[in-house]
Design a protein around this ligand. Structure first.
Ligand SMILES: Cc1cc2nc3c(=O)[nH]c(=O)nc-3n(C[C@H](O)[C@H](O)[C@H](O)COP(=O)(O)O)c2cc1C
Length: 231
């Protein structure tokens, strides 16, 4: 049993996975939080089961969520099933997306904040309007009303004017709107590097320490492929 699970001292990050393309971003954020020793409460939208199936071939089942999560987090963005074998998921608590009585649906439930990774435009709209149509959207609304950090990693292109306005509304409500937009200055040579850059910027926005990407050091030329990453 994870520390604090029973004595009330557990204060997790809530990770909401919505049905935008980009399930590798969610896996990287989850691995990063767990590596940093953070507790995680996980909400997986109904639509995101389709993107997960499409992008990884993996099913995500409520009744077998721990096994399915372990298989997902072990998988690299390049499709290798055991690129991250052995990720300890014991610090994760899972809530079904339809469970509107789940712990994090109330502001009185302890939580550090929430990351929606990836965020669909439907999730952006729902959170901007306060729809709370499922647990993911409800927790996001709770996070905003409790003035806790909310990071929304939007994945869509191009963006409609409606979505752009909703992103401004989220920004004005206090959320960090973080386009899932990888940069090329960090020396990426593999898909995983690009994925980890976006995940790392999401963790930066949440203030969670990580070593997912190489930070800019003020020297032009360091981003060229083949430039050593260490040092
Ligand atoms: C394979 C697949 C990929 C999708 N990719 C995106 C995407 O990148 N961005 C987006 O906003 N919606 C995308 N969608 C559509 C969303 O899944 C859909 O709008 C859904 O209603 C989102 O619901 P949710 O926010 O409750 O997860 C995709 C759907 C599928 C099946």
């Amino acid at each position: 049993m994870e520390d604090g699970m029973e004595d009330g001292t557990r204060t997790p990050w809530v990770v909401g996975v919505s049905g935008a393309s980009g399930t590798p971003y969610a896996a990287s954020v989850l691995r990063g939080l767990l590596a940093a020793g953070e507790s995680v409460d996980l909400v997986v939208s109904r639509a995101s089961r389709l993107t997960l199936l499409d992008e990884t071939g993996l099913a995500f089942r409520d009744a077998h969520w721990r096994d399915d999560l372990a298989a997902w987090l072990a998988r690299g963005a390049d499709g290798k099933p055991d690129a991250f074998a052995g990720v300890d998921v014991s610090g994760v608590r899972y809530w079904a997306a339809g469970d509107l009585a789940a712990g994090p649906s109330s502001g009185s439930y302890p939580a550090k904040g929430m990351l929606i990774v990836p965020a669909s435009t439907a999730a952006v709209a729902g959170v901007a309007l306060g729809l709370s149509k499922d647990l993911l959207q409800r927790v996001a609304s709770v996070t905003l009303k409790e003035r806790r950090p909310l990071v929304v990693a939007v994945r869509e292109t191009p963006l409609s004017g409606q979505t752009l306005k909703q992103m401004v509304a989220l920004d004005e409500a206090g959320a960090v709107v973080l386009p899932a937009s990888p940069a090329f200055y960090a020396g990426a040579t593999h898909i995983q590097d690009l994925v980890d850059f976006v995940a790392g910027r999401a963790l930066d926005a949440a203030g969670v320490p990580h070593e997912l990407y190489r930070r800019w050091r003020g020297e032009i030329g360091g981003g060229a492929p083949g430039v050593p990453r260490a040092g």
